[in-house]
Design a protein around this ligand. Sequence first.
Ligand code: FES
Length: 610
Amino acid sequence: MMDVGRHPKINLMTYSQVESISGYVGNFSVRVRKKTRYVDEDACTACGDCAVACPVTAPDEFQGGLSTRKAIYIPFPQAVPSAYLINADECLGNNPIACGKCRDVCDKDCIDFDTQDEVVEFDAGTVIVATGLDIFDPTGLSEYGYTRYENVITSLEFERLISSSGPTEGHFVRPTDLQRPQRIGFIQCVGSRTLPTPGFPSQGANGRGHPYCSNICCMNTVKDSLLLLDHYPDTDITVYYTDVRAFGKGFEDLYRRSKESGVKYMRGLPGQILEDPATRNLRLMVENTMTGELETNEHEMIVLSLGLVPPEDQDLVKQLLTLSTTEDGFFLESHPKLKPVDAPTRGVFFAGCAEAPKDVKDSVTQASAAAARAQIILNQPTIQLEPVVAWVDPELCTPCGRCVRVCPFHAITGGDAKQKIKATVIEAMCQGCGTCAAECNFSAITIRHFTDQQIIAQIDAALAHHPHQKILAFACNWCSYAGADLAGVSRLQYPPNARVIHTMCSGRVDPDFVLYSFQKGAAVVLVSGCHFGDCHYIDANHHTAKRIERLRSQLERKGVRPERLHLEWVSAAEGQKWAQLMRELEELRQSVTLEEVQDTTELLRSRRKV
Ligand code: FES
């Protein structure tokens, strides 16, 4: 951080909040609120006289609340700039009767209670999102007694207690008697790898935790155990774990060293912790899943190895940059293998835990990759766009504004019926999902390389011979098509009568394509895309789901069996699911008679031509 602060080409804005980002790749406009510190950061020498004079104390967030700080403080020892700031919510203010003591003792005259937040605006070519993470709040897990028993602490509090810059200057003591604990237990996977329990919310501070693995907790505990033994070799340490995931370079060695040093690893997650009121020791009940025995172990201190969660203001960043998140709440990358640091919004990249929990090494690797990806764009004299973008024919645009409302990237302007402004696509922002074209009732929108004519030609070709024996499948590029491909390369056996038509997103599937397919004699039509939360065009597949629902009702009203139109989410890893789906749809297809297909063709003949 010091290096970044000193770098002549980096403008570091600390204690600031991004308020808005508009524009597109190569042309972002950013608005940042620089919160006032009430202390002139250039003049402050960090002498600390102000903090000595300040009468207000508050829990020190950096020390995990294990010590206190003043209302005027430096957030953490390595903070850049190394200058004090005043927490306005805690400060007693500029009232000379109430306080103002810090200003009185500051001989550099750095403190000014009348300063205001400053709003800074600038342009940027690319944006790197490195918003970090929060830790899981274990207070909802009442069986562990966190906050009820003082000697149950979190892994973050442990880090502060063992650190030489911590509240005890690195002397590891337990909070109740300030004595060094001899028997210490670590509980792994607290808030991680927890499937939803009926009656409990699966996420959030009061929930049981999150289903995903938080990636770093195992190795953090292995490191902590070695650190403790290094300081206090006679400590008795037991780690209660689900699995130990020591998968990185050198990690297995470290794990082995920890075991060889005497750390006991017991497979089993404790069910309950109770405190002995006399000794303040903790009795922990656990099923040892290696022996099947129920055990009760006593520890003087217990450390909860906490899982990681997306930061609280993740949704705000998501809205600012029109990003999408996966089911676990972290940002979704453009492609897990080929574009792991790119966001679906062009010119936006991810670094660190914004995308998923990861350790320092992986964060640095990803940050370097994100910087390199951004640099590729910044070094170009002009930006080359993907050719798959939407175009609005002004002759056909009514303008109803439906396309504007469904575009996940806000790439369409105009579309205002009252003001009679036709819709226009900002091509640099358009990602080519095709949702707008599927939504347009007037065929005014063309998706280049995925035009209506091209898709209709594919339908015609697929259903040219024996259409009633065919399953026509529309599959999105990123998930379902890759899932079908995986089924193929894995040599999975499934009926061969599906014909797959590839679109960039399931959102491109125009209802007219489906009706046209039935009209041409298809027995079954499948629309398939990414699972909710995985769509590479933010929430375009939600529009797909709504459209298919409407279409089914429409088919039913016309006397066509609605189950002949099937919607299924298949991910790129679900080759098995694709094969199974094809087998089920083939059974459905066999139930559709030739007469039924011919009747459908008749019923839909009056339908407007695509
Ligand atoms: Fe797969 Fe949108 S990209 S459904």
